[in-house]
Ligand binder design. Structure first.
Ligand code: PLP
Length: 382
């Protein structure tokens, strides 16, 4: 058994980030400045999109996206029952009602037929999540959205590298929202980004992200001379710091390398687990690129002879940190009690949430680490 604990989702931080971070520190320019502008530029180029606004989390990105689309109190936004709570909280804080749709059990992504059933005259937007890095069925979603005049926001927290029919995800709907949280595919510690091809919408996002100041207020972070700034709406404090962008600029340069490393781990797991009594991820759909953010298996007690909870403890006792992504939204007390979701409306999301375990898939893992994970699984299930 391994003698050190394998931390789940540990990022790989290299010398270039450390040097860039220290450069900001030495220059005493810690807040929003030229490094944030550079990261926005590089990220937009990477995603082949015209505009990007860096913020301090994907949660902020999602919140501002809902607000910028003029969602009003009582409007409904349809999202998936299988996501991180931040997706749903963003809808709530924008004043809208989160309406949930169940997932497809194979892809774990929102089921388009379930979206269709949930559309009402109050529906204003669909907020999709490209779960674990697998792109949603965007052709069908965009067609449905156009038919009903709905906005589309893409939660790409798992899906920085993902592509759907050769198109980068996050550029298909009105907004794409990204996370650079410590466990995500690239990291700035905390951080997020909104992308769009709509210049006016990104200008609105930038205003909302910085107290509601006019967009040129961002240039007060430069030495272009003194400028008065004016508040045009009551905004938020959601801007990214140069200290964070210092990480992002260099992490982005290694995004392809990290993706290849995770794909290799993914393939190694798929081969190793073929004969085990667990459900492994569904193969990638044609003409899509999976970001391989999470490698999730399902532990069904009837097949494995062990419950998911016991399995998690067994992995822990073998010094391997796992994750659970996620308990389904209707099972959280706040959402259940406030919105009266019925578990029977979301059977696939509920069942998946009770069975799922995420295995380590960070580019930081050595071949020995990956083998330790495989050995532990085989030992527990033997
Ligand atoms: C991580 C995550 C978020 C929130 O990202 P933060 O940058 O931590 O705010 C939102 N949605 C999903 C699906 C996530 O996994």
């Amino acid at each position: 058994m391994r003698n050190t604990f394998l931390v789940f989702g540990q990022p790989l931080i290299e010398q270039a980030e450390i040097d860039e971070f220290l450069d900001s520190v030495r220059k005493s320019w810690l807040g929003t400045g030229e490094k944030v502008a550079q990261f926005e530029h590089d990220f937009a180029a990477y995603k082949k999109v015209n505009y990007a606004a860096a913020v301090n989390s994907c949660t902020a990105a999602l919140h501002l996206s809902c607000l910028a689309l003029d969602i009003h109190r009582g409007d409904e936004i349809i999202t998936t029952a299988m996501t991180f709570c931040a997706t749903v909280n963003a809808i709530i804080h924008a004043g809208a009602v989160p309406v949930l749709a169940d997932i497809k059990p194979e892809t774990l992504n929102i089921d388009v037929e379930e979206i269709r059933k949930k559309i009402t005259p109050k529906t204003k937007a669909i907020l999709v999540v490209h779960f674990a890095g697998r792109p949603c069925n965007m052709d069908a979603i965009m067609q449905l959205a156009r038919q009903h005049h709905l906005y589309v926001i893409e939660d790409c927290a798992h899906a920085i590298e993902s592509e759907y029919h050769q198109q980068p995800v996050g550029t298909i709907g009105d907004f794409g929202c990204f996370s650079f949280y410590a466990t995500k595919n690239i990291t700035t510690g905390e951080g997020g980004m909104v992308i769009s091809n709509n210049e006016a919408l990104i200008a609105r996002i930038k205003t909302l992200a910085l107290h509601g100041l006019t967009q040129d207020a961002w240039s007060r972070f430069s030495d272009a001379g003194y400028k008065h700034y004016f508040v045009v709406e009551a905004g938020f404090k959601y801007n990214m710091m140069d200290l964070q962008a210092a990480f992002g600029i260099h992490q982005l340069k290694r995004i392809k390398l990290y993706h290849e490393k995770r794909q290799h781990i993914w393939n190694t797991y798929q081969t190793a687990f073929k004969t085990l009594p667990i459900t492994t991820p569904y193969p990638d759909e044609p003409h899509t690129k999976n970001a391989y953010h999470l490698y999730t298996i399902r532990i069904d007690k009837n097949l494995c002879g062990i419950s998911r909870e016991d399995f998690l403890n067994e992995m822990q006792s073998r010094n391997i940190g796992c994750g659970v992504h996620y308990v389904a939204i209707p099972q959280h007390p706040y959402y259940r009690d406030t919105y009266h979701y019925l578990e029977s409306d979301y059977p696939h999301a509920i069942k998946y949430g009770l069975e799922t375990i995420s295995l380590p898939i960070s580019p930081k893992l050595s071949d020995e680490d990956v083998q330790d994970v495989i050995d532990a699984l085989q030992d527990i299930l033997k």
